[in-house]
Design a protein around this ligand. Structure first.
Ligand code: PLP
Length: 409
């Protein structure tokens, strides 16, 4: 008899976005003539940069000829992409990494979800709350999160990110083995300063904590003082793994490409106290379970670092960030309190008069015909907020703001 991994059965059946879809469908059935504007799901709407399209066409042609055909590539990624990453994403910011510290993948969801493979099941974990759900669910699946009690997992330390602390959690008063940080943040759209991030790196150095730093939205940072990488902080290579994605940077949500940085100096302990380099373990894990990102995809990703590619992704990011500005101004003009949206494509909107996230979601759906994402779906501290994304079409963002103004004022 095959036995299931019973930890999977602990996961609540209702997935946030399917709950939203059900409510939206119910609305559509009862109001077939209304057209909805969806500012909920975090997928992009603008096409890939021209430079990537051309590079991918060229790569396809190479595969069509016997002389230039390529089969399996290196599990860690092709040198041409890794070199472009090292030069443009790191050396240009004063961070020097080796090529063997970069692992190209099919995106940050896989890597943030799979990284737990190389870590013992009984490490304690800390998460900022609200949070990108993959961090918790992937820990539930291997039993590391414990059991669900009153909406919280028993082995997870929740670090509330609230208006009162500027959405930067207080340093915990106890040690945590593994800590997830995500900046610019999904869902709150807020960022962390160098000084604040330094406190976390120092905490990790003092407490032998591993930081899993998700920088999937770093390309959206506008303020030159905000760090793009945790390795801009001294000592971080000893304590942090960093995740990056081409999804929101360059519209690769459907193409699939990202990468993970595991510095050589980063170690974790065995029960006997021996220090093991995590780079070695992640390399082993990837070589066993992953056969590399497609050559075509990696050529497409490399192209975003060309002069034209850089201009093209900048234009698209500006488009989304202009949406964010229009939305922030529109919402604020109704008296709503809005966070984020300045260095990230997410707006974190406080619901008025203490209305719950789901209630506000439904009101906005029925009365303004605009779809958001209830903040509580990202964790207990998200209650009383709704997340809107700036990834929509300009005209939809503008129309949504008109509708919300009409509804609220
Ligand atoms: N990390 C965060 C914080 C995200 O919001 C997302 C996607 O929405 C991802 C990772 C996943 O990115 P990818 O498309 O590279 O898997």
């Amino acid at each position: 008899m095959a036995l299931v991994n019973e930890h999977f059965l602990k996961l609540p059946n209702n997935y946030l976005f399917s709950d939203i879809a059900k409510k939206v469908n119910a609305f559509k059935v009862s109001h077939p003539q209304k057209d909805l504007i969806r500012l909920g799901i975090g997928d992009v709407t603008q096409p890939l940069p021209r430079a990537s399209i051309e590079a991918m066409h060229k790569a396809v042609d190479e595969l069509a000829s016997k002389d230039t055909f390529r089969g399996y590539g290196p599990e860690q990624g092709y040198d041409f992409l890794i070199e472009a990453i090292l030069k443009n994403d790191y050396a240009s910011r004063g961070v020097h990494l080796e090529s063997s510290e970069i692992f190209v993948s099919d995106g940050a969801k896989s890597d943030t979800g799979n990284i737990g493979d190389i870590l013992r099941h009984d490490n304690s974990i800390g998460v900022t709350d609200p949070i990108y759900p993959v961090y918790i669910d992937s820990n539930v699946m291997c039993g590391r999160a414990g059991v669900l009690e009153d909406g919280k997992w028993s082995n997870v330390v929740y670090l509330p990110c609230l208006n009162e602390n500027n959405f930067i959690p207080a340093i915990p008063d106890r040690r945590i083995d593994i800590l997830y940080l995500c900046y610019p943040n999904n869902p709150t759209g807020t960022v962390i300063s160098k000084a604040e991030l330094k406190k976390w790196v120092n905490y990790a150095l003092e407490n032998d904590t591993l930081i899993l730093y998700d920088a999937a939205y770093e390309a959206y940072i506008q303020d030159p003082e905000i760090p793009h990488s945790i390795y801009e902080i001294k000592g971080a290579k000893k304590v942090a793994i960093e995740f990056r994605s081409f999804s929101k940077t360059a519209g690769f949500t459907g193409v699939r490409c990202g990468y993970t940085v595991v510095p050589k100096e980063l170690t974790a302990a065995t029960l006997e106290g021996e220090r093991i380099p995590l780079n070695r373990l992640w390399n082993r894990r990837q070589c066993t379970k992953f056969n590399g990102t497609s050559y075509i995809t990696q050529r497409g990703a490399e192209a975003i670092y060309s002069p034209e590619g850089k201009e093209q992704i900048k234009a698209t990011i500006n488009y989304y960030m202009t949406n964010a500005r229009i939305m922030k101004e529109g919402l604020e003009s109704t008296g709503l309190k809005v966070f984020g949206g300045e260095n990230a494509p997410y707006l974190w909107v406080k619901t008025p008069r203490g209305i719950g996230s789901w209630k506000f979601f439904e009101q906005m759906l029925y009365e303004a015909n605009v779809v958001g994402t209830p903040g509580v779906g990202f964790g207990p501290s998200g209650e009383g907020y709704i997340r809107l994304t700036a990834f929509g079409e300009r005209a939809d963002c503008e129309e949504a703001m008109k509708r919300i103004r009409r509804w609220i004022l």
